[in-house]
Design a protein. Structure first.
Length: 211
């Protein structure tokens, strides 16, 4: 069974666009904002004050916590929790069962469930996070970065960087189209073998699209 369209009455009394589709087994707490064309699949929970953009795909068993902001055209695969303090920009991909955190030093007997205790995580436009990867809170993942499956991200990731391993380390660069780029030296130029986009390596941590 596919997600059902939002009723006109619901759309008028909430921030849910009438073109959004939400499966009947999912919960959406109000108030929240869900953009046009977004689909939310089975057994998911969108909590209050969260914002989801247009044309997103939210898979099964996904939890989106209060005050989370998700951009347009984001894909979140099954079994992912997007906790308070996490922001996903446009075109981000979150693979199945990947993990975000929002408290760096949790203790069961010491409450740290307040906004002051959360460390913010930002995933920038077009970044991809592979299945079963873990993103430790307080990090920024750059534009079109690529996080390999099972990686444990403990520090910021540059734009277009390819990282994997535990802890995650950089092993190269990725094109906007998702193909791995060839080796390139600082001040050098490299072109994608798939789409021919060009890039210049400014320094060890800065790859820029060629003008």
């Amino acid at each position: 069974m596919t997600p059902a369209a939002v009723t006109e009455a619901t759309a008028q009394t909430s921030g849910i666009h009438p073109d959004a589709k939400i499966h009947e087994s999912s919960y959406v707490d109000e108030p929240c904002t869900i953009g046009a064309g977004t689909q939310i699949w089975h057994f998911s929970h969108v909590m209050k004050q969260s914002t989801i953009g247009e044309q997103c795909r939210i898979g099964q068993n996904v939890v989106i916590s209060p005050d989370v902001t998700i951009g347009n055209h984001v894909k979140i695969q099954n079994n992912v929790s997007v906790y308070t303090g996490v922001t996903l920009e446009d075109y981000v991909f979150c693979g199945p069962s990947m993990v975000f955190t929002n408290v760096f030093n949790p203790r069961s007997e010491i409450p740290r469930n307040t906004q002051d205790a959360f460390l913010n995580t930002l995933v920038k436009r077009g970044a991809s996070i592979g299945a079963n990867a873990t993103v430790v809170c307080g990090t920024t993942i750059g534009r079109y970065a690529f996080i390999g499956a099972g990686a444990v991200v403990t520090k910021d990731v540059p734009d277009f960087a390819l990282v994997y391993g535990n802890p995650a380390r950089q092993h190269g660069w990725m094109c906007l189209c998702g193909e791995r780029l060839g080796k390139v030296e600082v001040s050098g130029h490299v072109a994608c073998g798939e789409c021919q986009r060009g890039y210049n390596l400014v320094d060890a941590t800065t790859l820029l699209p060629a003008e």
